[in-house]
Write a new protein. Structure first.
Length: 137
């Protein structure tokens, strides 16, 4: 077992998901009010907010998708696969995820603002890193 990255504080329930999905307003594509097991495809959404939960249903992570290329499966399933392939703690902890699918026309700043709002409502810290150019030697 690995060190816990974030055990979560808030349980995602049907009612809580509905409240979070309503935050998307006109940009909500259609609610998906059921959690999806990690590893299973979420559909064919491009832009979305997703919430990974542990075995207790506690929200552990909130992220966003806005791919710049066409994908063979849903962007959320693809992004979660990237997370769990790179992190043993996430692979061990995350068991399901919830998706708030957004319309394709949703502006990037709206996706980012919604991600921050959903994370705040769930008590999940967001870490934004500034990419520094690599030094060439």
């Amino acid at each position: 077992m690995t060190d816990t990255a974030w055990a979560g504080l808030v349980t995602v329930t049907d009612d809580r998901y509905a409240m979070l999905a309503r935050l998307a307003g006109q940009w909500l594509l259609e609610p998906q009010p059921e959690p999806i097991p990690i590893g299973e495809d979420s559909g064919h959404e491009d832009k979305a907010i997703y919430i990974a939960v542990n075995r207790n249903g506690n929200a552990c992570y909130c992220g966003k998708t806005a791919p710049t290329r066409a994908l063979n499966r849903g962007a959320v399933a693809t992004r979660l696969g990237q997370h769990t392939n790179r992190s043993a703690s996430k692979r061990d902890e995350w068991v399901e995820y919830w998706v708030i699918p957004l319309r394709e026309a949703t502006p990037g700043h709206v996706v980012s603002a919604l991600e921050r709002t959903v994370a705040a409502r769930l008590g999940i810290p967001l870490v934004h890193r500034t990419r520094m150019p690599r030094r060439r030697t």
